[in-house]
Design a protein around this ligand. Structure first.
Ligand SMILES: [Zn+2]
Length: 356
């Protein structure tokens, strides 16, 4: 890893900022646990009395759940009741792992406003802000909101792989017509409501895991691939929690746009190999590695593969393969961020099959 900036130990939060968060919570009945709100700061700093699975706060776009000691997930809820897209301020999931010295945020969501929800929760829970943000991959819904962590002179280290940085710059810095403002051009990521924040720590060796000592706990950051050509998986030894990024999806049909599907299946096998771990998927609910949800997800990936292979073999086009693909009944309903995801999945498999 190349470090361009010195690591900074965060300053204690300004009391008025904590107050602001509390008031906002009361004002909007955000549902932060009453025990936490009433607890003295010292107790809150010890992460309150809440148990894993407790919902700490809620917004229309997502909720913050405690999933282990010093570990929280922001679980996005981007669908309306009828299954159509709802509030996409966060769009993807992310999390926080809190050590005595450093706080690692996993991903920064789609927009600054979405990311601010996690920043405020971090401030509320620990009196501090994230010192490091790691990006699981380059997609806009996982890195557009980083500015939400830049508050009160807090400048977290932004960690990504060399490949992710390159892909993000290629994809999101090009400009296009701004449909809301004729004559103006915006960058591709601004179209999605985000901004691109550059890395300050770049993982150059994408072949082996690295360890980040947060103080009292260390996390392993493992380069993998499949969803994109460069994915990072974050594992916290102490809580046995894995943040899988978009290598794992729960109940939502995955986006194969930038994928290498065979490699993706291999990565999922590795991530879900241990039976008793908590997995935070990139989209959907937090799962146990041996849960039905994870089994259904693996069945889905395998069904997509076998359908693509069979159709390819008999000479069907990828678009025909997409038309004839049906979700296996055994996995129940999956949601879709938009139409066309079967086509994208088959196109990805065909790219791979044609290479052989
Ligand atoms: Zn993604």
């Amino acid at each position: 890893m190349t470090t361009f900036n010195q690591n900074r130990i965060p300053e204690t939060s300004h009391p008025s900022q904590r107050r602001q968060f509390l008031e906002r919570c009361f004002g909007t009945s955000c549902g932060f646990a009453a025990t936490l709100l009433l607890a003295p700061l010292a107790a809150r700093r010890a992460y309150g009395q809440e148990k894993a699975g407790d919902v700490l706060g809620k917004r229309p776009f997502g909720r913050i759940e405690k999933i282990g000691d010093g570990v929280w997930a922001l679980v996005s809820t981007p669908f309306q009741a009828n299954g159509s897209a709802g509030d996409l301020s966060t769009h993807s999931n992310g999390g926080l792992i809190v050590g005595t010295d450093k706080i690692l945020a996993i991903d920064s969501y789609r927009t600054r406003a979405g990311c601010q929800f996690m920043a405020e929760a971090c401030q509320f829970l620990t009196g501090r802000m994230p010192t490091h943000v790691v990006h699981t991959h380059f997609h806009f819904d996982h890195l557009g909101g980083t500015r939400g962590f830049l508050q009160q002179a807090n400048t977290p280290e932004v960690i990504m792989t060399q490949t992710t940085r390159q892909l993000a710059f290629e994809a999101y810095l090009k400009t296009q017509d701004d449909h809301n403002n004729p004559g103006l051009k915006t960058s591709a990521i601004e179209k999605w409501g985000g901004n691109l924040t550059d890395a300050s720590m770049i993982i150059e060796d994408e072949t082996k895991p690295l360890t980040l000592d947060l103080g009292g706990r260390s996390v392993t950051i493992t380069p993998m691939s499949g969803h994109t050509s460069s994915d990072l998986v974050i594992f916290d030894q102490k809580s046995q929690v894995t943040f899988a990024g978009d290598l794992v999806w729960d109940g939502i049909f995955p986006n194969f746009m930038s994928s290498s599907p065979k490699q993706w299946i291999d990565s999922v096998k590795t991530i879900t190999a241990a039976s008793d771990q908590t997995i935070v998927p990139g989209h959907g609910s937090v799962c146990q590695s041996n849960s039905d949800n994870i089994k259904k997800y693996r069945v889905l990936l395998e069904e997509i593969e076998s359908h693509a292979r069979a159709e390819f073999k008999r000479g069907a086009t990828d678009m025909d393969a997409a038309k004839s693909f049906q979700l296996p009944e055994s996995i129940g309903d999956f949601r879709y961020f938009r139409s066309g995801f079967h086509e994208i999945a088959m196109a990805a498999w065909y790219r791979e099959l044609k290479r052989k």
